[in-house]
Design a protein around this ligand. Structure first.
Ligand code: FAD
Length: 390
């Protein structure tokens, strides 16, 4: 078998690469380890940023992929229970971000790829990459019946996330990892509870909390918790009581509605460079961004487009400049988003409970936060980053 691009992984990154290549008429095959039903149920991100909505519009995919989701360019920050709205102040363009749960985006991307004649292969086990530094890479895998397959290709898009085979198949010493531990843990709670009016972030002495929509009747809550706590330290009553204290309202999950509860540590990492021969890493395969600021999935969508355009230049014009600069272009945005996420993480945690970083840092963080409401330039810079325009 032969194709132009083998895409490993059918998350937001891989499916967007495939969707855009299909629009260009460039052959590609997507190999995904999990069954379709599993991929379509993984709940994670919830906001498609303005830039990404515009991107889907330019490629004629917006209606099918993000159509019908509510528009929201407003973020609510509640400081000690008092509400502040951060919106597009200072931006000329109207923002078009969409509240679209990641699993729905994935379902729709799969449907769009299949409608456009895409070759998506689920339950592809034991994917291995060969000869990516040569002229003709080969990708091998086993299908659900255990039958071995081999696909020759020009390029491999490694879109298989942080634990995938793509990055792992690059020899030691080629990549440099830049990891960072934020020293913060969050409890995340999914519930069949009414979503907030706007994405809501809360700062108070009790610690950080947040409430996001994950569908018309579903919500995701986040609560900063002491390092070392596990989900069992947080029974539903304690979650509700703490959300009431931190959000200053009764917007917590009603009893019996919690569907998932997990604790995770905020961490970030970037692996450089993002290309190795004819293998190009896209999305979480190359970096993880802490969830604050909602940039992980959006960065994956951005890189998918940079890659698709570079492949177009190669296939149509024999021009490989786009692929040669792929890593540098993507890393610039990756570090920009990392900085935004870290800046926001620090501000919204330091401004609350000061037992972690002390009273001086708390006052600095509050000054930063206040500036977003008192300075048009600060508010504009923030909105630009939220929108993905900077
Ligand atoms: P993934 O979504 O991880 O997809 C990788 C795919 O590759 C998977 O389908 C996997 O099954 C497949 N795969 C793995 N290994 C192999 C293999 N060996 N062979 C074949 N296939 C393989 N981002 C935001 O923008 N906003 C948010 O609010 C946000 N919140 C988040 C909350 C949580 C709890 C988590 C965990 C993440 C959040 N993120 C958020 C990050 C976002 O979910 C990721 O950045 C996004 O999923 C990246 O997409 P991806 O396609 O690169 O990787």
């Amino acid at each position: 078998e032969r194709t132009t691009v083998v895409v490993v992984g059918a998350g937001p990154a891989g499916l967007t690469v495939a969707g855009l290549l299909l629009r260009l008429g460039i052959p590609c095959t997507v190999l995904e380890r999990r069954p379709r039903s599993r991929v379509e149920q993984r709940q994670r991100a919830g906001i498609v940023e303005h830039r990404a909505v515009r991107m889907f519009e330019e490629w004629g995919l917006a209606e099918r992929v993000v159509g019908g989701f509510p528009y929201d360019g407003v973020l609510e920050v509640r400081v000690d229970g008092e509400s502040r709205l951060l919106d597009e102040t200072g931006l000329a363009e109207r923002l078009e971000a969409r509240l679209c749960p990641q699993q729905v985006l994935v379902q729709r991307l799969i449907a769009a790829c299949l409608e456009d004649g895409g070759d998506l292969r689920f339950e592809a086990a034991e994917v291995t990459l060969h000869g990516v530094t040569g002229e003709q890479p080969v990708v091998r895998y086993r299908d659900a019946d255990g039958v071995a397959h081999e696909i020759a290709c020009d390029l491999v898009a490694g879109c298989d996330g942080d634990h995938g085979v793509s990055r792992a198949s690059i020899p030691d010493g080629v990549l440099t990892a830049y990891p960072f531990d934020h020293g913060i843990a969050w409890l995340t709670v999914l519930a069949d509870a009414a979503p907030p009016r706007h994405p809501l972030l809360a700062v108070s002495r009790h610690g950080f909390a947040a409430h996001f929509a994950r569908g018309p009747r579903a919500s995701r809550f986040y609560l900063q918790v002491p390092l070392g706590d596990g989900p069992d330290d947080w029974p539903e009553d304690r979650v509700r009581q703490q959300l009431r204290a931190r959000l200053g309202s009764d917007d917590g999950p009603p009893p019996g509605t919690v569907t998932e509860k997990e604790v995770f540590r905020l961490r970030s990492v970037v692996h450089e460079p993002m290309s190795h021969g004819r293998l190009h890493l896209v999305g979480d395969a190359a970096h993880i961004i802490s969830p604050m600021g909602g940039k992980g999935m959006n960065l994956a969508l951005y890189e998918a487009e940079v890659f698709a355009r570079a492949v177009r230049d190669l296939v149509r014009d024999g021009d490989d400049a786009g692929l040669r600069s792929y890593s540098a272009v993507c890393l610039q945005r990756a570090w920009n988003y990392q900085e935004f996420s870290r800046w926001m993480t620090e501000m919204l945690h330091d401004a609350g409970d000061d037992t972690r970083t002390g009273p001086f840092r708390r006052r600095l963080a509050r000054a930063r936060l206040d500036r977003l409401s008192t300075s048009r330039a600060s508010a504009g810079a923030f909105a630009e980053l939220m929108a993905g325009l900077a």
